[in-house]
Design a protein around this ligand. Sequence first.
Ligand SMILES: [Zn+2]
Length: 223
Amino acid sequence: MADFISLLYPRVCINCNKGLTKNEEHLCLSCELSLPKSQHLTNKAELLKKFAFQPKVTDAYVFLDYIKDGIVQKLIHKLKYDGKQELGVWMGIRFGNEIASIINQSIDLILPIPLHVKRQRIRGYNQSDRIAEGMQEVLASNLANDVVIRQKETATQTRKRKLSRWENMRSVFKVIDPEAVKKKNILIVDDVITTGATLGVFCDELAKHDPESLTIAAVAAGK
Ligand SMILES: [Zn+2]
């Protein structure tokens, strides 16, 4: 039966369309080895500057470089817009393995960045939940997606004026379970860092509830 299904839906590499072997998943081995690892995995200083306004942020990691029309863009696109949820877990496991060998503090709680309820209903899932699940497999920390909610959609905010945009961003997220956050070392999981503004307001909202530390982990970011 499995062979029959694979005849109908041949498993091919997302990047180069080559047929996959039994041991390969989503990407062929040579495409997987060609994934552009971010310099922010090992050199965090530059990335941390983006979040310098929030002293609770002590660490920040990015797994891959997001390059237009590149392999990482293809992966993220499949994950977000093509229903490939399992790709999030796959990337999360790989990202988790990278972090596990370099992280210098224990993580008590993993928090994926939530989607607005309306958007999640349309997509059917939150891609950051899937990434966080993969990371949890490796890091063996608690994972929660009911501690923070997203109260506002932010997609249209780019059209607004700068000041009102900031005002608009301020209350995007709300911690609904403050006890879960208190004194915890928290790993925040996101898919792509663009400006960092969304992550920034997320960290600010968490910081109101006295976490011990905040570590940012995004699968991809522009170079
Ligand atoms: Zn390939």
